[in-house]
Design a protein around this ligand. Structure first.
Ligand SMILES: Cc1ncc(COP(=O)(O)O)c(C=O)c1O
Length: 398
């Protein structure tokens, strides 16, 4: 009997939103390899490879480095439930939605969460964190989003690490939209807990969330008075599974194959080369956006290479342009998050992440955007965006 459901063949989209991003064909191919049992000796080697490559990409020697089964949010939860206990003070410096999400997740552990709010488009500052730390006798940790995907802002981390450690607290960094695309140095910057996701600059599908815990964080975990609230995300059990092979849950085998291949590609290119590629293509995109007379959300000194948030022209519903791009060019870009009233309905979030951060995507996108704007009665000088981006790419030698 034939099924009423036909074969599913998704359209070929160019994913230039906030993630997921398109991945290298090698990564998709890796997912189609035969399944192995999750305790098969051959698979154990795959797990070891992934842990070792993740340490290289995070730039850390931390033994407690592994991919959590789940998306970036699972790693946010893992960071919070493992270090926080009821009554602990946890400060989250926010400058957009993902900081707010971190605060919300942390508050569910029973910790006393204090937020230090920063303006939209601005980075988090060490000074504001220092002021807040001074108000508390003891603070367990401070959370900061390195790359705020809701606004396209990057926050410098090293100076923040110093003020956090001077106060005897742990530094937790969300690197979901920076790992593998933007400079991130867990050991050199002295980060205690850092987590990410696979679907952005790392270049794999969504489904795994790399995380790393340093010595100070391990010590805090070892001295807990209460059990970790989550069985699934208990780092002690996860480490036993990844290091000692003690069964905890069935690893998502095919996802781990794909992550292994994505990490191989990252290391073949080289981290510095990858950071430069992301920076150059973002600079070209920004040159094009500026030339079209559009306004960027982020402070020019703190723009995130993997994601650029742009205001749609006054009075033009941003959704019209996104729909036009999807229907006519197969390009996906994201809008502003509904949880941020200042930006919802007003911005586009344009991602250039991992495999998708290319000069050709920048030029194709700017040309498509010009067409979409003209269709919505916003005229820009013909080819202005593309020409400015081409000039920038030549100047940068890309
Ligand atoms: C900065 C940041 N943190 C956390 C997350 C949550 O990740 P996920 O959607 O993979 O659960 C995202 C997702 O976009 C993000 O951009």
């Amino acid at each position: 009997m034939s099924s009423q459901y036909g074969e599913f063949l998704p359209p070929q989209r160019l994913l230039m939103g906030a993630g997921p991003s398109n991945v290298h064909p090698r990564v998709l191919q890796a997912m189609t390899a035969s399944l192995l049992g999750h305790l098969d000796p051959v698979f154990l080697q795959v797990m070891d490879d992934v842990r070792s490559m993740l340490r290289e990409v995070f730039k850390t020697d931390n033994p407690a480095t592994l991919p959590v089964s789940g998306t970036g949010t699972a790693a946010m939860e893992a960071a919070c439930v493992n270090i926080l206990e009821p009554g602990d003070v946890f400060i989250v410096a926010t400058n957009g939605y993902f900081g707010e999400r971190l605060a919300e997740i942390a508050s569910r552990t029973g910790a006393h969460v204090v937020t230090v709010e920063h303006a939209v488009g601005e980075p988090v500052t060490a000074a504001a964190i220092k002021d807040e730390l001074a108000k508390h006798a003891s603070v367990k940790g401070v959370g900061v989003v390195h790359a705020e995907t809701s606004t396209g802002v990057i926050t410098p981390i090293a100076e923040i690490a110093k003020v956090v450690h001077d106060a005897g607290a742990l530094l937790v960094v969300d690197a979901v939209t920076s790992l593998g695309g933007v400079q991130l140095e867990v050991d050199a910057w002295d980060i205690d807990v850092c987590y990410s996701g696979t679907q952005k600059c790392v270049g794999a599908p969504p489904g795994l969330a790399p995380i790393t815990f340093g010595d100070r964080a391990i010590e805090v975990m070892t001295n807990r008075k209460t059990k970790v609230q989550s069985f699934y995300l208990d780092m002690t059990a996860l480490r036993d599974y990844w290091q000692q092979r003690v069964y905890h849950h069935t690893a998502p085998i095919s996802m781990i194959y794909s992550l292994r291949e994505a990490l191989r590609i990252v290391l073949e290119e080289g981290l510095e080369n990858r950071w430069r590629r992301h920076a150059n293509n973002a600079a070209a995109l920004i040159a094009g956006i500026d030339a079209m007379g559009l306004r960027i959300v982020a402070n020019p000194d703190f723009r995130l290479p993997s994601l650029t948030a742009v205001y749609s022209p006054e009075g033009m519903p941003e959704g019209n342009v996104r729909k036009y791009l999807l229907d006519n060019f197969n390009i996906e870009v994201s809008g502003g998050l509904a949880t941020m009233p200042a930006l919802a309905g007003k911005i586009w979030r344009i991602g250039l992440m991992g495999h998708n951060s290319t000069a050709s995507n920048v030029l194709y996108f700017l040309s498509a955007l010009e067409t979409a704007l003209a269709a919505n009665e916003y005229e820009v000088a013909a080819g202005a965006g593309v020409s400015a981006a081409q000039r920038k790419l030549r100047e940068l030698g890309s």
